[in-house]
Design a protein around this ligand. Structure first.
Ligand code: FAD
Length: 497
């Protein structure tokens, strides 16, 4: 028994990050430690994070959430990937599906083998036809993967779209049922130990104090503790990711209920479309140095496929990362630790990871600085890897029809990303810097989808029998087509949840 164990955790903020932190903490530590969450309805939440990555299913499962109940209560739909429109050039359309392009061959992505076949056979269909997730999305079909043996029925991954407010409320109920105490109030002051500088309590406007051993800053962009108290500093990445504004607006749901997010490039940014059961979420992410808010709003509203349900909401942000997310007894999770535009739905994924890393490096009241160093290393790296993956979408464009796209094509990028792009262009190979991050097939989807055609393929593939390879690919494709045809319609599957 550690007499120095953390006795009380205070979570500051009740947005997606606050409740996504509270739920796993109470599950793991609820018996040994008191957990309090403070939120201010007066300040409110950002509340726009509605698209996720497949890891959200693992996060939900680790909490023991019932999948069907979750889908019903959060008005969720399934997400097989993202359809990109007009990104490589106007008229360009490709899909970033979750999962590979068919079963691996000799431990490698089948894409490399497809490259050879596409050179030899003029009638070779697009590599996208070997992505099960993409084939399902194009037909609006969905069912959860099943079976333990490798098969078409489980050769894909999926995530969710959900109503961010309902998801936070769902996790709030989960956490409070297990003992998290919720306090409503505005924090106006923070008390620190006069010698160590550790936070000892937060003070609310009504004069009450909330003491704790560990403070988790989920206060959103403002970073009430990590920046307000500790001035952690912020690395501004706007030179590589110039978008700094967004407008979000919901509209009425239209048929069919698509199991994917759509991202459409615009002349100074891009618009999103996220289908939910009760409405469709839409938004425009743009750079206000290249367009006006009025024009951004016009573009957003002109692209809606249903009646608007509210006025557009204006948001501003600076893309970047807090220099340190853990200082002394304060750990920042969520928007307080950094922000990357939602092009690949990565913010909620970084929250999931951050909570996991905090549990892996969980301190006692001695707060060994090495634990903070390790947490900061993991968070910083993840932000950088995700940043580079998002920058890739902009940099590799052939669009030159607006000042914004001409800027993106000519902007400087990190050497690591340049190497990744050039290796793919010259040899068809993919560098993976972060094995826990986006996969080889995700990189191929983006690079090839944007129009980067590898000049070569792995010469070892020439040793294989060409006709046998083609027969194998044809057979896999037929199996995918048949399997997808037998799957239920996405809306019907959601309705059964
Ligand atoms: P917030 O939602 O801002 O919550 C902050 C909390 O702190 C609130 O409860 C507030 O009351 C409390 N608080 C602040 N100050 C005080 C105080 N003084 N006293 C008491 N309480 C206080 N992510 C994705 O993964 N997928 C997406 O599709 C996606 N889309 C996005 C689109 C846009 C335009 C933006 C801007 C973000 C998007 N995100 C997305 C990111 C996602 O919205 C956030 O990661 C997520 O909502 C977490 O926010 P948060 O909880 O950190 O902050």
């Amino acid at each position: 028994m550690n007499n120095n164990a953390i006795r009380k955790i205070v979570i500051v903020g009740g947005g997606t990050a606050g409740w996504m932190t509270a739920a796993p903490l109470v599950l793991r530590l609820g018996k040994s430690c008191e957990i309090v969450l403070v939120e201010s309805p007066e300040i409110g939440t950002v509340g726009v994070g509605e698209a996720t990555l497949p890891t959200i299913a693992y996060y939900n499962r680790a909490l023991g959430l019932d999948g069907a109940d979750f889908v019903k209560k959060t008005q969720a739909t399934y997400k097989l990937g993202i359809e990109f429109k007009d990104w490589g050039h106007v008229g360009n359309r490709f899909f970033h599906g979750f999962g590979d392009f068919g079963p691996a061959i000799e431990n490698r992505s089948p894409y490399m083998y497809w490259l050879r076949l596409a050179r030899e056979f003029k009638d070779m269909p697009s590599y996208e036809e070997w992505s099960v997730a993409t084939a399902m999305a194009r037909k609006n079909r969905f069912m959860e993967p099943f079976g333990d043996q490798p098969a078409v029925s489980n050769a894909f991954q999926y995530a969710y779209h959900f109503d961010a407010g309902l998801y936070a409320a769902y996790l709030r109920d989960y956490a409070m049922q297990r003992g998290v105490a919720r306090i409503e109030g505005m924090i106006t002051q923070v008390e620190q130990h006069p010698e160590t500088g550790f936070i000892t309590a937060v003070k609310l406007r009504d004069g009450s104090r909330v003491e704790g051993d560990l403070f988790i800053d989920c206060s959103g962009f403002r970073g009430l503790l990590i920046e307000g108290v500790y001035q952690a500093g912020y690395d501004d990445w706007s030179a590589m990711l110039p978008c700094n504004s967004a407008q979000a607006v919901p509209c009425a749901r239209v048929e069919p209920l698509t199991p994917y997010t759509r991202s459409t490039a615009q002349s100074a940014g891009w618009t999103w479309r996220i289908p939910l059961q009760h409405r469709t979420g839409n938004g425009h992410v743009y750079c206000n140095a290249f367009t006006s808010d009025e024009e951004a709003s016009r573009v957003l509203l002109a692209g809606l496929d249903g009646r608007t349900l509210d006025d557009p909401r204006q948001l501003r942000f600076t893309t970047g990362r807090r220099r340190k997310s853990w200082i002394k007894n304060c750990v920042a999770i969520g928007l307080s630790s950094g922000f990357l535009e939602p092009l690949e739905s990565t913010s909620i994924n970084i929250i999931e990871n951050s909570v996991g890393w905090l549990l892996q490096q969980f301190p006692d009241r001695g707060f060994r600085p090495e634990l903070a160093d390790e947490f900061n290393r993991l968070v910083s790296q993840r932000y950088e890897f995700v940043r580079d993956f998002i920058v890739m979408h902009y940099k590799v464009t052939q669009r030159d029809d607006s000042e914004f796209w001409r800027y993106c094509a000519s902007m400087p990028i990190p050497d690591t990303l340049r190497h990744q792009i050039e290796l793919f262009r010259e040899t068809g190979r993919v560098v993976i810097y972060d094995p826990q991050g986006f996969s080889v097939s995700s990189h191929i989807s983006i690079l090839a989808g944007l129009g980067v055609a590898p000049k070569a393929y792995d010469p070892l593939i020439d040793l294989m029998d060409l006709q046998a390879l083609r027969t194998h690919f044809d057979r896999v494709r037929d199996t995918i087509v048949r399997a997808v045809q037998a799957m239920p319609d996405h809306a019907a599957y959601v309705g059964k949840a």
